[in-house]
Ligand binder design. Structure first.
Ligand SMILES: Nc1ncnc2c1ncn2[C@@H]1O[C@H](COP(=O)(O)OP(=O)(O)O)[C@@H](O)[C@H]1O
Ligand SMILES: [Mg+2]
Length: 302
């Protein structure tokens, strides 16, 4: 890397998680400046290749979330352009973004995941595809965009919004607490217990005060250790790089058998109060130091 590298932060973009990415990106820009880097911002659109060529950065800091930015697409472009970038590469990003396919890989690695099916949305609206309780959600969106809960005893399947994709994931409801573990450079950081009133939806995730984070989680050592172990194994099984975050549900009535891996996020939220940066800070790595580490870790395969 040049002694005074220019870092381009990719933020915003056209995905349904644009707003989340704009706030992650703005915070990363601040932190990277505080860490002493020269920084430029790119809000990508169809001209992304030209936007990158014009900025000519030494490193891309990818603060995009959702489709295009988290699914291997932008990673592939950066490989072509030979620009080192943060987070996971093409294959891991594409795999993690597809919840059903990543679950197949995670299950093959011996990790506990919930039973699920991919069905046409019309079928999910016409009849129960699984015995309630279950959830219906997009297979490849993040930030709880379009997660429907069908309660136990519900008569009718859910009416889905028009914005839901043609095919949806129907997944057995995993009761219990919401736990999460970030992995940095292959090593799990800690476990956070996310407390919300009721359903952990988009609003609860991103509204200030929408949820409360208990860090480190006050859970039995056996469960704590399992979260660290599962998150590291999930990161490795999907071939992730840099920072990732693995989300769990834990049904305490069932002990270790009640711990289920919900998904792996290859582009976790990156504001200072987001889950992964909060875990890094808990482990002694400040937000600017975390961002600096990610720039130094950036790479591309070609
Ligand atoms: N099978 C499930 N059982 C219980 N809660 C779920 C289930 N699937 C999703 N949720 C809830 O919805 C949230 C978002 O779902 P998730 O699969 O992580 O998608 P996203 O990519 O939107 O984060 C989870 O954090 C959890 O609170
Ligand atoms: Mg999630």
């Amino acid at each position: 890397m040049s002694p005074d590298p220019l870092v381009a932060v990719l933020l915003g973009g056209p995905s349904s998680e644009r707003e989340v990415s704009l706030s992650s990106g703005a915070e990363c820009v601040k932190a990277l400046k505080a860490a002493g880097f020269r920084v430029t911002e790119i809000d990508p659109d169809d001209r992304i290749a030209a936007q990158l060529a014009e900025a000519a950065p030494d490193v891309v800091f990818n603060a995009l979330h959702g489709r295009g930015g988290e699914d291997g697409a932008v990673q592939g472009l950066l490989e072509w352009m030979r620009i080192p970038y943060t987070h996971s590469g093409v294959a891991a990003s594409a795999l993690a973004m597809d919840k059903q396919k990543s679950k197949a890989v995670l299950a093959a690695a011996g990790l506990p995941v919930m039973q699920s099916r991919i069905v046409p949305r019309g079928e999910a609206e016409a009849a129960h595809m699984l015995p309630p309780p279950y959830v219906v959600k997009p297979n490849n969106e993040g930030s709880s965009v379009g997660v429907y809960l069908v309660q136990e005893g519900a008569n009718a399947p859910p009416k889905l919004a028009d914005t839901m994709p043609a095919e949806v994931m129907v997944e057995t409801f995993a009761p219990g607490r919401e736990l999460t573990t970030a992995v940095l450079d292959g090593k799990a950081l800690t476990v956070t217990d996310i407390l919300t009133d009721g359903w952990y939806d988009y609003d609860a995730k991103y509204r200030p005060g929408g949820s409360r984070h208990v860090i480190p989680a006050e859970i039995p050592p056996e469960i704590f250790a399992a979260c660290l172990d599962y998150a590291e194994r999930a990161h490795a099984a999907l071939g992730c790089r840099g920072l990732s975050r693995t989300d769990f549900r834990w049904d305490e009535a069932r002990g270790l058998d009640g711990l289920i891996l919900l998904e792996v996020n290859t582009q976790p939220g990156l504001t200072p109060t987001s889950l992964a940066p909060e875990q890094a800070a808990h482990c002694g790595l400040s937000f600017p130091d975390l961002c600096r580490w990610m720039v130094e870790d950036a790479s591309c395969a070609r």
